[in-house]
Design a protein around this ligand. Sequence first.
Ligand code: PMP
Length: 355
Amino acid sequence: MKRDVREFWNERVRGLAPYTPGEQPRDQRFIKLNTNENPYPPSPLVVEAVKQAADDRLRLYPDPECWELREAAAERFGVQPEQVFVGNGSDEILAFAFGAFFADKILFPDVTYSFYPVYARLWDVPFERPLLNDDFSINPGDYTKDAPHTGVVFPNPNAPTGRSMDVPTVLSIVKARKDSVVIVDEAYAAFSKENLSVARFVTANPNLLTIHTLSKFASLAGLRVGFAIGDENLIEGLRRMRDSFNSYTVDRLAQAGAAAVMKDRAYYEYVIRKVVDTRERVSTVLSSRGFEVIPSDANFLFVRCPSRKGEDFFAYLRERGILTRRFNENRIADFLRVSIGTDSDMDIFLEACRE
Ligand code: PMP
């Protein structure tokens, strides 16, 4: 009989409660509306830069500090390269940040990115989850109450609801929490109607760390690149975490491709516009048919079918080759998160919803 080597798991690994990523089916027959990928290809400049980097230099380690990319990103975000950290996707940076900056307690909404409780448990940081309002908006007062040494993290726009907070409200939370780090996860901010990013305020607010990803607006989920923007010594804290773990988290091809993103603003503005237009169109159609649709500033919609339980709605769409994401949690089990695909993907989705 084969030996059950789980006996070798230590207490730490036995105690883990890992995140479950959205399904990545190995066959292509699904319309993939389940992991908020961008339906359009990355900029041709990015593909070319990755190809150009695929040469003899692959025998050499990449620059662990990603200087060239940090300079390009710094220019884009209006900060200094020393205020930029690059990671293997923003998930990696979030993992480092939870480990580096939180100790006593951390607050994040009850309905939010489901990786946050995983990181908090990983690093043994107690957390509290203030309830979103009934319309799924964040109540800023929950995060500005006097509670010393309490960190905060939330996405803006929030996931999986898509609802956003305006810049003055986000800054009011940052300013009320001066004695701890506030992380604003801007994974979806590029799809918002207004410029929601608070990255440009990090110099004035040294406790603010913003997190960014190229997986969504830049169509590069497969390249694995994310950024953090913040005070130099927050960046140094992240570097200390990284260099206690793996110094070369961002490979040579990823650094080259990511730097090229910063050079093709026009292409990405066009792609973002297309996704946003499709989102607005789909949202209007669904609302007119009696679906509950949460107002979204992201590249997905959070949708409840008026006549079916979430579980059944999910299974019904899956049988028709449409993958969406459902979270079997309090308050949101009847909602599906539907990523915005191409117009023709969304027409197929809308057609399925008509039945
Ligand atoms: N933050 C939020 C809110 C997300 O939804 C995601 C994507 N799952 C991430 C961070 C991580 O993105 P990535 O690791 O691809 O940069």
